[in-house]
Design a protein around this ligand. Structure first.
Ligand SMILES: *Cc1c(COP(=O)(O)O)cnc(C)c1O
Length: 395
């Protein structure tokens, strides 16, 4: 008997059995053409998921955090000015990494629950007539607050200001789950990791670089060795890495990309939207509110749910784990204790989500919150009953 429930943390996410098996493989010679047969489909598949024709894709043995470092160290020099908004724990950590790398960060403090303020970015970029700002950072999906930002609007802000800064985007909890358009949005570096939308264990940092970002590597003076994209490119040219590649994980990534592309990206995004909307209907039925301030900000990969004043939201996560063996996400940083998070990305079905909502409901009732058992589940059921048109059409 296995008591393994699905997890509802916003990464690492649930793994399809086939992907787990693909990661488990015998040792191969990573300097043989065999490895090229894993590497190149990974690079091509990631490019497709990014909706890009020309992005230079790099895969490092690391996590999303290593992807941030890849973006910064390959394109910037110590003392460079960068523009960034702090609207949650992940944007905060990326800013902290910039500061530790001796970058000069113009931080736009943004209320947690709000998105990247493209209008403020435009004002700051317009005022920067000397083009001192070298890069603009944006967290596409702030996993701490369940807020999706408008990256197209950030691109428009750069263009309206006629500003040449690079656009570096954290897509760790959006890429592969929510629409991401590297080419259309003029993204220069996109960063993600293996353990969220790609349904793999942690262990890969994945980055896409534009031609402009590749040109910036020529003058970027921040120290880099492990994360040097030029070294990595040289490795790829001979079907290898500059060091030992994580072959099993990359074999899993190859399958994950096939699964996402076979389902169809638009279907993947529609599934995430439908499942997320069911969660939002449940939250409404519970009489609770999301941390995200308005509907256009609602994330389809994670919901941060506010609990009543004076109640410790972390208790829900602790009790659900202890009494029901189910994992939800705690609030981080400024919203610690004020929100709990339901991750709804990766390998997930309507039915799995109903189990998560059912357990969240039991935990809240156990803790004395004024919630009726079944109310959120019923609201989500109504949504899922009518929403799953693709499956019904196929049946
Ligand atoms: C998870 C996450 C990260 C950090 O990724 P790690 O793989 O934990 O290093 C960065 N940004 C966002 C938005 C994330 O959700």
């Amino acid at each position: 008997m296995s008591f393994q429930n699905p997890v509802f943390i916003p990464g690492p996410t649930n793994m399809p059995e086939a992907i787990r098996k693909a990661c488990d493989m015998p040792t191969i010679d990573h300097r043989s053409p065999l490895f090229g047969g894993i590497l190149h489909p990974c690079l091509d598949g990631v490019r497709k998921v990014l909706k890009s024709d020309a992005a230079h894709v790099f895969i490092f043995p690391a996590t999303g955090t290593g992807g941030w470092e890849t973006a910064l160290t390959n394109t910037l020099s110590p003392g460079d000015r960068v523009l960034a908004a702090r609207n949650g724990m992940f944007s905060h950590r990326w800013i902290d990494m910039c500061q530790r790398h001796k970058l000069d960060v113009d931080v736009v403090e943004t209320p947690w629950g709000h998105g990247v303020p493209a209008d403020r970015y435009e004002e700051i970029l317009t005022a920067d007539t000397g083009h001192g700002i070298k890069a603009v950072l944006a967290t596409h999906n702030e996993t701490a607050t369940g807020v999706k930002s408008d990256i197209a609007a950030v691109r428009r802000a750069l263009d309206a200001a006629g500003h040449p800064a690079l656009l570096l985007v954290d897509g760790v909890s959006s890429i592969g789950s929510m629409d991401f358009r590297f080419d259309d949005w003029g993204v220069d570096v996109a960063v993600t990791g293996s353990q969220k939308g790609f349904m793999l264990p942690a262990g890969l940092a994945i980055a896409g670089f534009s031609d402009k970002a590749m040109e910036a590597t020529a003058t970027a003076a921040l120290p880099r060795t492990f994360f040097d994209v030029k070294d990595m490119q040289k490795g790829y040219d001979s079907d290898a890495f500059p060091y030992t590649p994580p072959v099993g994980l990359m074999n899993g990534l190859r399958l994950s990309l096939d699964m996402l592309l076979d389902e169809g990206l638009e279907n993947v995004f529609a599934r995430h939207h439908r499942i997320a909307e069911g969660v939002r209907r449940a939250v409404g039925a519970w009489g609770l509110e999301l941390c995200a301030a308005s509907p256009e900000l609602y994330s389809d990969s994670v919901s941060a749910i506010r609990t009543p004043e004076g109640f410790n939201a972390t208790d829900i996560v602790t009790l659900a784990a202890r009494d029901y063996g189910m994992a939800f996400g705690v609030g981080l940083g400024e919203v610690a204790g004020k929100v709990f998070r339901i991750g709804h990305l990766g390998m997930l079905t309507d039915a799995m989500m109903l189990s998560g909502l059912g357990v969240a409901e039991m935990a809240m009732v156990d803790l004395g919150l004024d919630i009726t058992l079944g109310s959120g589940v019923a609201a989500a059921q109504e949504h899922y009953r009518h929403g799953n048109t693709a499956r019904k059409a196929a049946a």
